[in-house]
Design a protein around this ligand. Structure first.
Ligand code: CDP
Length: 229
């Protein structure tokens, strides 16, 4: 019996910690698939705004999550056939996503969709509960973080580059608010699991953070030759 197991690298962490950037680079380097799970919550938030759905109507929110008509193609994300790659990055969308993500029915409705990304030769994914809930068997789990101040600066730079106006102190407040909500919710809270490696990137460059993840993965795959198939 072939015991080949699709390797999953799960990178969880708080808002603007850089987990998406690192996860994408690592996926590219290893030739693995990539799942940005936060994008799914942002898409539900965008659709909720577009359809003027009451954010307390959990049945309807779950319905939106279940029926999301989304296509990830190259670097772009399509919702109902329209490119929303930049639209979902707005802070307003992130804040609403974090409110919506606290509803168990919404999380449940997105579970299978996330697991479907686990395809050979492997998957790198980032979010809040990738290692704890969606891919508990991931062979490498990382809790990637940085100080709130550094995260606010990174988010500021990212928004500026997209031509979106932003204010550092507002961003810092938003980040703290989101940390608080994501860490204290009763379902799938953001926290470092006992089986996750801590990667604090406060004073690391992107390439140093990427190398840290790759070297952990190399150690694991050297011990598990079946992963390298
Ligand atoms: O990029 P950033 O870290 O700011 O946010 P994101 O990863 O795009 O996620 C947006 C929001 O979705 C987060 O604040 C979380 O509340 C929620 N989320 C979640 O609950 N579980 C995930 N696996 C990913 C995101």
């Amino acid at each position: 019996m072939d015991t080949y197991k699709i390797p999953v690298i799960a990178i969880d962490g708080p808002s603007a910690s850089g987990k998406g950037t690192i996860a994408q680079l690592v996926a590219k380097k290893l030739g693995f698939h990539y799942l940005d799970s936060g994008a799914l919550y942002r898409l539900v938030a965008l659709k909720t705004m577009q359809s003027h759905t009451d954010i307390h109507n959990t049945d309807q929110l779950a319905e939106i999550a279940r029926n999301l008509n989304v296509v990830f193609k190259n670097e772009d994300i399509y919702l109902d056939g329209t490119i929303v790659t930049d639209a979902i990055r707005a802070e307003q969308c992130g804040l609403l996503a974090s409110q919506i993500a606290a509803h168990p029915q919404v999380r449940e409705a997105l579970t299978d969709r996330q697991r479907a990304f686990c395809q050979p030769p492997g998957l790198v994914t980032d979010g809040r509960d990738m290692g704890s809930v969606i891919f508990p068997d991931a062979i490498l789990k990382i809790f990637l973080t940085a100080s709130a101040e550094v995260r606010a600066q990174r988010r500021y730079k990212q928004l500026k580059e997209k031509g979106i106006n932003a204010n550092i102190s507002d961003l810092l407040q938003d980040i703290k608010k989101r940390d608080e909500r994501d860490s204290n919710r009763s379902i799938a809270p953001l926290q470092q699991g006992a089986d996750a490696q801590l990667l604090d990137t406060t004073s690391l460059t992107i390439s140093q953070a990427q190398d840290a993840v790759l070297s952990w993965y190399n150690v694991i795959s050297a011990k598990n030759p079946r992963l390298d198939k």
